[in-house]
Design a protein around this ligand. Structure first.
Ligand code: SF4
Length: 417
């Protein structure tokens, strides 16, 4: 994949390129002087007012789950003990680049959001959690520029699909492997060192910082999403768009106009065929349609793409990324990926579709993290939206499915702009 546009041109119909994250692509990291010049690090004089504003505009977390941010902040603030706040910049979805882009280019925005989250919860210790080397350099440079403020550590992890899951984040910060743990407790109850811990996606923190600097724009800031768009022969793009934007508009504006299907939420939100053009970018409406917005990464499939091949590669990647802690995940993702691979090769027996149907209903919710759910949703949506394409593979050779499915997620991987 070549050339990635970091933001769409200003003024495109139906798209918001707001001052939230800059109308210009940031070629280098924004420095302290640049951030102060746009109103950054303004003193927080009315803590409750900012929390009320976050609640009133309904800001939701941008890591994938879409949990209400004000509820999470309040839960951490009200839990017994001195809280810890974490800026989670480890985006495990191969098709998402927004978090690394923010850390690399707007590190002060993230640190300002972390400062405000600490003030809102009463935390005296912050952590920036990441795996990207350029992001780490930008964050360390930004920390060195600050004159004073919250004590902030930078903790690195290896880049894996599950390393950004909130309990994996806590485990890694405590010196362990970046692997999810059983819940409860959730980090807001007992996280780093047993303290109530806010694990907040970096885009969420960035939006808190902008809502503080620009209170009049809080509604628009809370409603906008950073989305990574790729596939269907178009260039990959990182765009900031309002909630509710129809996916067809995104596809057309980003050069994916021949798209016939879409994989939502990175690998988390399912595969959609007929009717995908009517789907809006909205947590609740996508969930009602059986999908998930997740981190906001969209991978479009064009007329030359085989949805069976895409689903096979996605499940092969997820099976390879399983942390192999939960028996049901090891056997479940392996069975889904293996059976789908047999379908793709035209070697599956008569019972394959029935097995895939059954497993994709039985497996969700049974792992310690969302990886197993992601694999099951890809299979269930493939079955629901492309039954004819599955039938067409029976005993036949599909040119798009020839050869073993790669396990490294290369089809979905987008370079960071
Ligand atoms: S569900 Fe899978 S990836 Fe998640 S913790 Fe369990 S074994 Fe690891």
């Amino acid at each position: 994949m070549t050339g990635v546009r970091s933001l769409l041109p200003e003024g495109q119909p139906g798209l918001l390129v707001s001052p939230v994250f800059g109308a210009e692509p940031y070629r280098d990291a924004e420095d302290l002087a640049g951030y102060l010049a746009v109103g950054g690090y303004a003193p927080l004089t009315a803590r409750d007012r900012l929390l009320d504003r976050i609640a009133a505009v309904g800001l939701r977390g941008r890591g994938g789950a879409g949990f209400p941010t004000a509820v999470k902040l309040s839960a951490v603030r009200d839990a017994p003990g001195r809280p810890v706040v974490v800026a989670n910049g480890e985006e495990g979805e191969p098709g998402s680049v927004k978090d690394r882009w923010l850390l690399r280019h707007r590190p002060h925005l993230i640190l300002d959001g972390l400062r405000l989250a600490a003030a809102l919860t009463g935390a005296e210790h912050g952590v920036v959690y990441l795996s990207d080397t350029r992001a780490e350099q930008a964050v360390r440079q930004a920390l060195a520029e600050r004159l004073a403020g919250l004590r902030v550590d930078v903790v690195r992890t290896d880049h894996t699909y599950v390393a950004g899951e909130e309990t994996a984040v806590v485990r890694r910060i405590e010196g362990g492997p970046a692997l999810p743990t059983a819940k409860p407790p959730r980090p807001f109850e007992a996280g780093v060192g047993g303290a109530p811990t806010l694990v907040a996606n970096v885009e969420t923190l960035a939006r808190i910082a902008v809502m503080h600097a620009c209170p009049d724009a809080a509604g628009a800031v809370a409603g906008a999403h950073l989305v990574t768009l790729a596939g269907a022969g178009g260039a990959a793009a990182l765009a900031e768009v309002p909630a509710g934007t129809h996916l067809k508009i995104l596809a057309d504006l980003c050069g994916h106009g021949r798209a016939e299907a879409v994989l939502l939420g990175g690998l988390f939100g399912g595969l959609y065929g007929a009717g995908w053009t009517d789907l809006p970018l909205d947590h609740d409406l996508l969930q009602a349609a059986g999908g998930a917005l997740g981190c906001g990464a969209l991978h479009f499939l064009g007329p030359d793409d085989c949805p069976v091949a895409a689903a096979t590669e996605a499940t092969a990647y997820l099976a390879a990324q399983s942390a192999r802690q939960c028996g049901v995940c090891v056997s479940g993702t392996g069975a889904l990926a293996g059976t789908l691979a047999a379908v793709a090769r035209g070697e599956a027996g008569d019972a394959a579709a029935d097995k895939l149907h059954r497993w994709s209903r039985q497996l969700p919710g049974r792992g310690a993290c969302g990886l197993l759910d992601a694999a099951a949703r890809i299979v269930s949506t493939l079955l629901a939206h492309f039954p004819g394409r599955i039938d067409a593979h029976r005993g036949a050779t599909c040119p798009a499915c020839a050869g073993p499915a790669p396990h490294d997620g290369r089809r979905f991987t987008v370079p960071v702009p």
